[in-house]
Ligand binder design. Structure first.
Ligand code: TYR
Length: 415
């Protein structure tokens, strides 16, 4: 309250930007205190993000936290980017039902290198310091490790639900897996981070950092900023390399464009909010427009696809990818007289239906099994867009054209 009015406004402005899209901020009050402190003293906050280089590609799912980091940088704060070359070798057990295979030192080195180049497309490198956590974790002696392990109880470890589940199900938990959260937390001790970013699945690990900072007598422990997990192209599961439902930021422009066009309509605002730099006002307008039917989801998607190519390959590539998509889409000859099939709204669930069910209902396929095989073979298209996953949920619209193979077409009539 000894802030000037201008300082107070600045604090509010920063909180608004930082809060956008965040699933949770823990503890919220501590964030405000930290920002107030930064505004008054002019000392930037140290904002940490760790990435385990377990796969060499950054995808749109990762950019959710990266965009948030960029917002911090634009507000004058500094980023501590940890390449988890040491943690990456154990692999984060978060969300895993089995012990992960440990990566080799070689893999980790190679992946870490491609990360740095890709990250420079989003972050302001003048406000980013890169760290490799092997540089401090690798230097700990056994007695240091014992001291670290002495700060946390087994009961607390077992509070983490994936550990709890495995323990209850008599599935192995190896002791080194308990070290994962300790190592991640120790990174925050080592760098005295003010804030740590992560997806909501990182809650336990990040709060462990806060606990350990306090155990190592660092005042005002780090604040957790937890971002929602972004569903991938299938619209259901979290975007990830292993599920092949991702858009890599290093993919070719036409790939990025085409993949973006296959995102379910229902996810448009979420993608815009979390993965683009669109202003809060424009975001609001987009939301309203889509809800009111004034903006067609397809147009919103075209714009998003172009935006991604522009962000990761530049303006010219964006123009070209858009043109390419339009030409290919329009050139492909569809038969003149496509049979219309009626679909009743009551056959949908909240406007949606699984692709398998849809194919059978429209009599394009005789059975679920047949439908599944066609999707798996890449033979199913909606409005010329290939359907990738058998568990895709579709939002059918009047006039949509569903195609199986080269010859079977149906146009949807909604009733
Ligand atoms: N556990 C994080 C993940 O899997 C990566 C990470 C590693 C985060 C080290 C922080 C850290 O200090 O996404």
């Amino acid at each position: 309250d000894h802030l000037t009015e201008i300082q107070q406004q600045e604090v509010e402005r920063q909180l608004l930007i930082i809060g956008r899209g965040a699933a949770e901020i823990v503890p919220e009050e501590a964030l405000k205190q930290k920002i107030m402190h930064a505004v008054v003293t002019g000392k930037p906050l140290k904002v940490k993000l760790g990435l385990d280089p377990s796969a060499p590609d950054i995808h749109i799912g990762h950019t959710v936290v990266l965009q948030k980091l960029r917002q911090f940088q634009d507000l004058g704060h500094e980023v501590q980017l940890i390449i988890g070359d040491f943690t990456g070798r154990i692999g984060d057990p978060t969300g895993k039902s089995e012990t992960r295979k440990q990566l080799s030192e070689e893999d980790v080195k190679h992946n870490a290198q491609t990360y740095q180049t890709q990250l420079s497309k989003i972050l302001d490198l003048t406000k980013t310091t890169f760290y490799y956590n092997s540089s401090w974790l690798g230097a700990l002696r056994f007695e240091d490790v014992l001291k670290l392990a002495g700060k946390v109880t087994v009961a607390r470890m077992l509070e983490r639900d994936d550990f709890a589940k495995r323990y209850a199900a008599n599935q192995a938990i190896h002791v080194h897996e308990f070290f994962y959260p300790l190592m991640q937390g120790y990174d925050s001790v080592s760098l005295e981070s003010d804030i740590e970013l992560g997806g909501t699945d990182q809650t336990f690990n990040i709060l462990m950092g806060r606990t350990l900072q306090s155990a190592y007598e660092i005042k005002d422990g780090q604040v957790a900023i937890l971002m929602p997990l972004l569903e991938g192209l299938d619209g259901v599961q979290k975007m990830s390399k292993s599920l092949r439902n991702y858009i890599g930021i290093d993919e070719l422009p036409n790939e990025i464009f085409g993949k973006t066009m296959s995102i379910p309509d229902s996810l448009m605002t979420k993608y815009y909010e979390l993965t683009t730099t669109i202003s809060n006002e424009s975001l609001h307008d987009l939301k309203r427009g889509l809800e009111a039917g004034a903006i067609h989801p397809r147009d919103a998607k075209m714009k998003l696809a172009k935006e991604y190519v522009q962000m990761y390959h530049g303006t010219q590539a964006a123009e070209e990818a858009e043109q390419h998509f339009i030409t290919v889409f329009q050139k492909r000859a569809l038969p003149e007289d496509i049979e219309e099939m009626t679909l009743s709204i009551s056959q949908l669930e909240e406007g949606q239906i699984s692709i398998i069910k849809l194919l059978v209902l429209l009599e394009l396929q005789a059975s679920n099994g047949e439908a599944r095989r066609s999707v798996e073979q890449g033979a199913v298209k909606i409005n010329e867009q290939k359907i990738m996953q058998i568990h895709d949920q579709i939002t059918p619209k009047e006039g949509d054209i569903i195609q199986v193979g080269k010859r079977k077409f149906v146009k949807i009539k909604l009733l």
